[in-house]
Design a protein around this ligand. Structure first.
Ligand SMILES: Cc1cc2nc3c(=O)[nH]c(=O)nc-3n(C[C@H](O)[C@H](O)[C@H](O)COP(=O)(O)OP(=O)(O)OC[C@H]3O[C@@H](n4cnc5c(N)ncnc54)[C@H](O)[C@@H]3O)c2cc1C
Length: 388
């Protein structure tokens, strides 16, 4: 093995790219192998809590993101039909409470900013991992185009259908939760004279209503200029056709699902030129996060329903803690990966559980355990604290 390990990250998603930036800043040699031909600009927004921005600051990209995204001035939790306000989150007070504000932006813009912070040529595109083997004591990555590369450490940041997770634990599809997310982004000008009544709002169905299955509708601005609007839902759907990550959605099906919801929701659906539909997938906490020199992070490790807006947040926190554990490892990466897990398992499992329940911040909530966390400075516990 070389003095500085050759680190291979599988997957150029938000977790993988963040991990690579932080490792490069620490002086490590990192290559990212990504199956796609280029970075995709998925039509979706992303909410980044103060816990996530702290890692973005460490990665040197926070200011660029703050220039593009928006800190919502008003963020409401509301009743589906009457619009009664259950909670006004006052996100703009959060900088004082948690060190930094929450930021919302287009996820494609976020990935663009992140990828520019990598050393040129870090991402190798069109490389879909097929298997990991060994030859003469060296770890070999085998890709579907039959190319092979060597690495000393392999970080699986390859998402919910992770091949690296499969290599560690065997094939098992993620669990379809019985919910989909309808998503659409469009220019706010398409709303005409109508203005949404807050920068962000989550409209909750009534769990006391006997005929209404759990569903919600989230609307928020994506840019400082408030010229781009986004909606994303959690909507019951008994089946999902396997094998695809998203399909187009019709306005008719969205209207049917949100029939009777407040006029503001109806107007935002009516103005959308197009929408897509995504399955909400999750896994139970994994019994194993690493073996020898292979480790997983983010959705490869703990995919969750998106109802705390923390899936990418946990991937990004993982990236920061894993980079710190690798950097401190002095060659014993098996111990470094156990230390990483010891520092992450409890928190990510709790976020998975609470995301599944979908009650986060419906009513006034103290979110300090999520937003007050700083993965870049928190004292790391030793791997000896890990109970398998
Ligand atoms: C509707 C919805 C809304 C959400 N909203 C939020 C939010 O507001 N805030 C938040 O924090 N999170 C949110 N999330 C969760 C978030 O999107 C995920 O948790 C996050 O993207 C996970 O990041 P990742 O880097 O682990 O994986 P991914 O982003 O999935 O990246 C994985 C990468 O690996 C690549 N890959 C896969 N297989 C291979 C292979 N075999 N070889 C090479 N490359 C491979 C993929 O092409 C991809 O680029 C939301 C999720 C959904 C579904």
């Amino acid at each position: 093995m070389s003095i500085k390990p050759r680190i291979a990250v599988i997957g150029a998603g938000l977790g993988g790219v963040t991990c690579a930036i932080l490792l490069q800043k620490m002086g490590h040699d990192v290559v990212i192998y990504e199956q796609a031909p280029r970075l995709a600009r998925i039509g979706a927004g992303i909410g980044l809590g103060p816990n996530v921005l702290k890692v973005m600051r460490e990665a040197g990209v926070m200011d660029q993101m703050m220039d593009i995204g928006i800190v919502h001035q008003s963020s409401y939790s509301r009743v589906w039909d009457t619009g009664e306000i259950l909670w006004n989150r006052r996100d703009n007070d959060w900088a004082e409470k948690y060190g930094l504000p929450p930021l919302t932006m287009h996820r494609g813009d976020m990935l663009t900013v992140l990828s520019r912070a990598l050393k040129p040529g870090t991402i190798v595109f069109n490389k879909q991992l097929l298997d990991i083997g060994t030859r003469m004591g060296e770890t070999q990555l085998l890709f579907t185009d039959q190319t092979e590369y060597e690495a000393d450490i392999v970080i699986g940041a390859d998402g919910v259908n992770s091949k690296v997770r499969e290599i560690l634990l065997g094939y098992e599809p993620p669990i379809y939760t019985g919910f989909v997310a309808y998503r659409s982004i469009y220019p706010s000008s398409l709303l005409g004279d109508f203005k949404v009544s807050s920068d962000a709002a989550k409209w909750w169905s009534d769990d006391r209503h006997p005929a209404q299955e759990d569903r919600h509708f989230i609307i928020y601005y994506l840019t400082k200029q408030r010229d781009e609007i986004y909606f994303v839902t959690g909507s019951p759907a008994p089946d999902w056709p396997g094998g695809v990550s998203s399909i187009p959605a019709t306005k008719k099906e969205i209207k049917e699902c949100y029939e009777g919801f407040h006029d503001e929701v109806q107007r935002v659906i009516d103005a959308a030129p197009a929408a897509s539909k995504w399955p909400l997938l999750e896994r139970n906490p994994l019994p194993l996060w690493s073996r020898d020199n292979i480790v997983v992070l983010g959705d490869a490790c703990h995919p969750m329903k998106p109802h705390m807006g923390q899936g990418a947040g946990m991937a990004i926190e993982d990236a920061a803690i894993l980079a710190r554990c690798i950097d401190a490892a002095s060659g014993n990466f098996t111990a470094a990966f156990r230390r990483y897990r010891a520092n992450r398992i409890e928190r990510t499992s709790r976020v998975q559980r609470e995301s599944h329940e979908n009650v986060w911040m419906k009513h006034p909530t103290d979110p300090s355990w999520v937003y007050g966390y700083d993965a870049t400075t928190i004292d790391l516990v030793s791997e000896d604290t890990l109970v398998d």
